[in-house]
Design a protein around this ligand. Structure first.
Ligand code: TYM
Length: 348
């Protein structure tokens, strides 16, 4: 029997890939929830925010930009409010802690081919990319993600709705290993309990402005329906004014029949920091989509202008010091989990 010896605080952990510029979907789906916790509850919880740079090229990217994007993302988190002067908060890059890769190789051998083939994100992405360009890395992606979570004994993992299936897989593989080898891993909370912890009734999924039936995604090629955190504020406002709506001419929150309008209502509530219900109550029944879009566009413009100002003020050197310090401090924790797994399966 190999027992987990964790005397530390419960861990809240999330990662955001650095494959492209980040979007407001990333911001509201994952960055803001963990930063809120970091600001309000870092005395009760350990906060791990990291850049999954190894995940970033599971689909083809421009490798000459990866390193600068990774460091830039770290700065974005600080601009979004991550307090890096707090020693309970860690900010790190996945590839700087080799245990992520090593645990993945181990978990690979306890994961079924069929199980991975059923992952929705894999099916979607591999369909878009085509079989010849679909990498084994993309197939393997949820296993690396499980390692990211299990290495640090994380309990809460704020992610957008599209990552829920990967979180459930993390629970499955942790439980499978625990029942086979003893108490190896902390099993993260179930998705429903995660939502409750973060004060939500469901996972967030911000939709594309041009095609509101699909997720707003940083890998979208045209970028017309995507609000990037580094968009010029005026350009982003124009994207909102050009958002697809419908011809029903009445504002109503109805994701099935009015996905565009519903998405804008959701975005507005997030930007204003108020409940969706209060925004829905305020706008339901109004008939001018133009006026409504102007309000959302104005909020987007204000949000980005403010965000860019904060980003310009971030001390790049302090961010680099924080990354290196966190990587140094977390290595022993990750290695301890790895060693438990290595001993359990007979490697040590
Ligand atoms: P990634 O980089 O694709 O996205 C980062 C986070 O942003 C969320 N997100 C959204 N939320 C709401 N609406 C959207 N339109 C939207 N688009 C993206 C994602 O759900 C995610 O939470 N596999 C992860 C990265 C990762 C990770 C981890 C996360 C690797 N290891 C361990 C947590 C724990 C990913 O690709 O996210």
């Amino acid at each position: 029997m190999y027992n987990i010896d964790i005397m530390t605080k419960p861990v809240i952990l999330t990662g955001i890939r650095a494959n492209s510029d980040l979007t407001i979907g990333n911001y509201f789906g994952a960055i803001l929830p963990i930063i809120d916790m970091a600001k309000k509850r870092s005395n009760e919880y350990q906060i791990n925010m990291f850049i999954p740079d190894l995940h970033s090229f599971t689909t083809p990217i421009d490798h000459s930009r990866l390193y600068s994007q990774s460091t830039n993302n770290a700065k974005l988190f600080v601009a979004a409010g991550l307090p890096i002067d707090n020693s309970n908060i860690y900010l790190y890059r996945q590839s700087y802690i080799p245990a992520h890769s090593e645990l993945t190789v181990i978990l690979d051998c306890f994961t079924g081919f069929g199980e991975m083939s059923r992952m929705i994100q894999f099916k979607d992405k591999s369909n878009t990319i085509g079989a010849d360009r679909t990498s084994i890395g993309l197939f393997n992606y949820p296993i690396l993600m499980a390692s990211d979570i299990l290495l640090y004994n994380a309990k809460y993992v704020p992610v957008g709705d599209d990552q829920s299936q990967h979180l459930e897989f993390t629970r499955d593989i942790a439980q499978r290993m625990n029942s086979k080898f003893g108490n190896l891993f902390v099993v993260p909370e179930a998705v429903k309990d995660q939502h409750e912890f973060f004060g939500k009734d469901q996972g967030l999924r911000i939709m594309d402005l041009v095609d509101p039936t699909s997720k707003m995604s940083k890998s979208d090629d045209s970028g017309r329906g995507v609000i990037f955190l580094n968009d010029d504020p005026a350009v982003a406002a124009k994207k909102v004014m050009g958002a697809t709506t419908d011809d029903l001419a009445k504002i109503n929150f109805d994701r099935d029949n009015q996905p565009g309008v519903s998405n804008l209502l959701e975005i507005l509530s997030l930007l204003q920091g108020v409940t969706l219900q209060s925004v829905v109550d305020q706008y339901t029944g109004q008939t001018s989509y133009g006026d409504f879009k102007s309000v959302v566009a104005g909020e987007v413009e204000k949000f980005l202008t403010d965000f860019h100002k904060k980003l310009a003020e971030v001390d790049a050197k302090a961010v680099m010091v924080k990354l290196e310090q966190s990587e140094h401090d977390l290595k022993p924790i990750a290695n301890a989990t790895l060693l438990r797994a290595q001993q359990a399966i007979g490697l040590r």
